[in-house]
Design a protein around this ligand. Structure first.
Ligand code: SF4
Length: 474
């Protein structure tokens, strides 16, 4: 029996075992953004400490950036203050900073991979839950709190308990119209929003191996929504090809040496796990959430549950969700009318997401009364889309084509739901109030499904809008 990747990388980064039973874990890459860092930088200043490894620390701005009007100062004075704080801290502490004037700016989990900062075998920390995204490369990527941001800035280490490792094997191939987003929502539905607590999830099997890196990022992004702080995919040729030529990846001979090492970290066929789950890709349909956590979902051909139809333990949560969402128990999920369509976020704001959505909307129009936003995850994604003419496809269909940022995923910026609007969203959380209005309602789904909902004005099966013969890439 051999070690799995997680335990191998963890051991390589272990400084020592602490009396508390935790591990003092060295962090190879620290990513910083404007929301969770100001307090951490202030704490560091109070202690009179420098950043121990500024060359391993990179910052950007994403959550609070407006996506329509970038004129400075921002209209929101608090947002302006947060950005100024990060700008000053990055300059003072010699941290790499992809700020408002950088053409490498974007959502922190989008730019890390696309710049080649995210690499296999690294330990990565960021003051944001969806840091799990970076596990797509075979790294251990941990979302941390503000005091831990301070700790990593000062010591480049975290005190953290070692989780167990669950292998999730997905056999077979996805059917047309089914994407990584559907897989990750399906897993959360099957294992529960707390099913991964205490675990790191290793995703593998034929269906996962067949995903491109962007699909793998979508999958790992939502590991945290299933309770697993870490999700990862073993590095392979797809990983190596993605990283080749990226600005912060090694180059030349050093890249070949690094690639050899990256591939050697992958879990072998005889690796041991604390738990194993097997799923079949063919059984997965496009998925839509109907509730107030990402596990409350149904296949698009399915129905919104009645409280009586769910296990007794889930009844109260189901009642609460149905009351908030004001959806009809027992009704089909397809046909639920929407007010807003949002394509973007660190889950689904990458080139392949906009390509998939463009396939659906090309030559069609957004339904009357629906506000539709397309928000690239980064400047680079925006440029890639515009090079391919995708921005024109979105504009002609009636979408607003915006500047990069987190936008309506968390609505810490002007992009917010109003009143009790229902939003078909490619983001990752459907909690009450998540999209900026306390009574706003969120239906999570893939970007292609959001596109279909935008066109039809209601939740719709994207497979009915795709060319019949087309084999849709996962
Ligand atoms: S897109 Fe959403 S989940 Fe991702 S970093 Fe921004 S606010 Fe967080």
């Amino acid at each position: 029996m051999s070690q799995n990747l997680f335990n191998r990388v963890w051991d390589l980064h272990t400084v020592r075992q602490l009396p508390s039973g935790q591990t003092q874990l060295f962090i190879g890459l620290h990513l910083v953004h404007e929301v969770t860092s100001p307090q951490a930088f202030s704490m560091l200043a109070e202690l009179g400490l420098p950043v121990l490894h500024p060359e391993r620390t990179f910052a950007t701005v994403d959550h609070i950036v407006p996506t329509d009007n970038l004129a400075r100062p921002f209209q929101d004075s608090l947002a302006e203050e947060m950005i100024q704080h990060l700008e000053a801290s990055a300059t003072r502490l010699h941290i790499g900073f992809f700020g408002m004037n950088s053409n490498r700016r974007g959502i922190v989990h989008t730019i890390g991979p696309e710049l080649g900062l995210t690499q296999p075998g690294l330990t990565i920390a960021c003051g944001d839950s969806h840091t799990s995204t970076h596990g797509a490369f075979g790294s251990i990527a941990l979302g941390i709190g503000t005091s831990q941001v301070r700790d990593v800035l000062a010591t480049q280490c975290l005190a953290i308990a070692r989780p167990k490792v669950r292998r999730i094997t997905v056999s077979g191939r996805f059917r047309p119209g089914v994407y990584a987003k559907d897989l990750t929502l399906h897993i959360i539905h099957r294992l529960g929003v707390n099913g991964g607590v205490g675990y790191a999830y290793e995703y593998g099997g034929e269906a996962v191996a067949g995903l491109d890196m962007e699909g793998r990022m979508t999958l790992c992004n939502m590991a945290i929504e299933g309770g697993a702080r870490v999700g990862y995919v073993n590095p392979d040729a797809v990983t190596v090809d993605y990283l080749r030529g990226r600005p912060y990846a090694p180059s030349g001979e050093a890249f070949e040496r690094a690639a050899e090492w990256w591939l050697s970290l992958a879990s072998g066929p005889d690796a041991e796990y604390d738990d194993e789950v097997t799923l079949a890709a063919e059984e997965i349909e496009p998925v839509v959430t109907w509730g107030i956590n990402p596990g409350q979902s149904a296949p698009v051909s399915g129905r919104i549950p009645t409280p009586e139809a769910v296990p007794a333990d889930d009844r109260q949560a189901t009642r609460e969700a149905l009351e908030f969402m004001r959806l009809t128990p027992g009704a089909p999920i397809a046909g639920v009318p929407i007010d807003v369509a949002f394509i973007g976020s660190c889950t689904n704001g990458r080139l392949s997401d906009f390509r998939a959505a463009a396939e659906v909307i090309r030559g069609r129009r957004v339904a009357a009364g629906v506000k539709a936003l397309a928000v690239p995850g980064s400047m680079q994604v925006r440029r890639q889309c515009e090079t391919e003419g995708l921005d024109a496809v979105f504009r002609e269909a009636g979408f607003e084509w915006r500047e990069p940022g987190c936008s309506m995923c968390l609505a810490m910026n002007p992009d917010k739901l109003v009143g009790d609007q229902i939003c078909a969203s490619s983001s990752n959380r459907n909690f009450k109030g998540r999209q900026g209005s306390p009574t706003g309602r969120t239906l999570l789904m893939s970007p292609a499904m959001v596109a279909a909902a935008a066109i039809e004005g209601a939740v719709s099966d994207v497979r009915e809008l795709l060319p019949q013969s087309e084999e849709v890439p996962v």
